[in-house]
Design a protein around this ligand. Structure first.
Ligand code: NDP
Length: 264
């Protein structure tokens, strides 16, 4: 049996085992997927190897350690500097990023989206902003504090903090901060959100399984909304494809991943 895991801290809330185990079972693949709570990210590689894993997903706060742990990096993971999927091949660790293509796929259900305001400037924004820009979206970034914005400014993104924010008509507003994950905070001052939400076409919070304050506010403006479930499913499908060496039809994998997430 091949073993897979998700590393994180915290990791208890993760639904990835439900999705992957359901899909292994339904496809008759001899695999199991479990959670590993990892305090010290520098132990990622040793733990991966000592547990006899064939692959893993990596969540907060170990994505940068996953990058360092990789012997080989996929071109996109190297470009964005974030790894959320590790696969062991011939004794070497290969690092991939499936968050960004997963997010890209998840926004396709909203039509006529050209401009996107991202709230936050953390690891997930690093990978998703890059793929969105490459796909031709106009991307703006608003973050609570300035330091994390520097690298985005260098990459040519128009960036704001709460103090120098200039409102425009943004088609899609996305919460990619952790505000609302374990608290009831909005990701930006309400006055700013009250300016941009009424003219938006849709809003997404990538936190999943929870009606966050941001989603509630967006719904109060009658906007179409989505939580992070779709991104979670899509990044999982792509990770599963790497884990199982591209042997299954991804439409079928998606169906079983979705079933695994929602029946849990
Ligand atoms: P990081 O820790 O890298 O970044 C956190 C960001 O949130 C920073 O920009 C930080 O701002 C901002 N922030 C934190 N608290 C607040 C607050 N109270 N108010 C305003 N801004 C705040 O996180 P990640 O990029 O790894 O993850 C972000 C979120 O995305 C998490 O909730 C995570 O669960 C979710 N996620 C969901 C996925 C899915 O599949 N659905 C996949 C990946 C992530 P500052 O710079 O000022 O500190």
């Amino acid at each position: 049996m091949k073993k897979f895991a998700i590393f994180g801290n915290p990791v208890e809330h993760s639904k990835s085992p439900n999705m992957h185990n359901n899909t292994f079972k339904k496809l008759g693949f001899d695999g199991e997927y479990f959670k590993i709570h990892l305090e010290d990210g520098s132990k990622l590689k040793d733990t991966f190897l000592s547990q006899g894993l064939s692959g893993a997903n990596i969540t907060v706060p170990h994505k940068e350690e996953a990058l360092k742990a990789s012997d080989y990096l996929d071109e996109f993971a190297k470009k964005v500097g974030a790894v959320n999927t590790l696969v062991l091949k011939n004794g070497k660790l290969y690092g991939y990023n499936t968050d960004a293509p997963g997010f890209l796929k998840s926004i396709k259900k909203f039509i006529d989206i050209e401009s996107i305001l991202i709230l936050g400037a953390g690891g997930t924004v690093q990978s998703t902003s890059s793929i969105l820009k490459d796909e031709g979206y106009e991307v703006f970034i608003l973050n609570r504090s300035a330091p994390r914005l520097e690298k985005f400014i260098e990459q040519g993104f128009e960036c704001f903090t709460f103090d120098n924010f200039t409102p425009k008509n943004f088609d899609l507003i996305v919460n990619m901060t952790s505000a609302g994950l374990k608290d009831e905070n909005l990701p930006a001052p309400k006055e700013i959100l009250d300016t941009v939400l009424p003219t938006a076409k849709a809003a997404i919070d990538i936190i999943y399984g929870k009606d966050t304050p941001f989603l509630k506010l967006a719904k109060s403006y009658n906007l179409p909304t989505a939580d992070g479930s779709e991104m979670l499913i899509q990044q999982g499908v792509l990770a599963f494809d790497y884990f199982t060496e591209h042997q299954f039809d991804l439409n079928i994998v998606e169906e079983f991943m979705r079933e695994g997430l929602f029946k849990s």
